[in-house]
Design a protein around this ligand. Sequence first.
Ligand code: 5GP
Ligand code: ZN
Length: 114
Amino acid sequence: MDCLFCKIIAGEIPSTKVYEDDKVYAFNDINPAAPVHILIIPKVHIASAAEVTAENADIVGHIFEVAAKLAKEKGLDNGYRIVTNCGDDAGQSVHHLHFHLIGGRFLGLKMVED
Ligand code: 5GP
Ligand code: ZN
């Protein structure tokens, strides 16, 4: 499958790994929006949040467990944001489900652009 993040998981495209287990891979975003900007992705290809079903939803809980662990490890004690962009209106640019873990500075109060 021609998927950038599947290739990153397979090691065909280099990335800076932050965490890995049998179900999940986490790595630094190539274009960080904040001092900490980690992408957490399932190893199984799920195109977006719109493709989460009763059959594959367990991975989302596991990703949040990993996010909490990584946030503690990275010292994000003052808070952080977890974001998943889904579809064109959200600007999703890679069609493999991914959660941005962003922190290390004040992130502002706006949820979205005006
Ligand atoms: P989206 O816009 O789909 O929510 O997020 C995609 C993210 O993937 C962006 O923040 C972008 O910087 C990141 N990204 C795109 N290509 C690569 C890459 O080759 N390596 C890494 N580490 N991040 C990437
Ligand atoms: Zn993929």
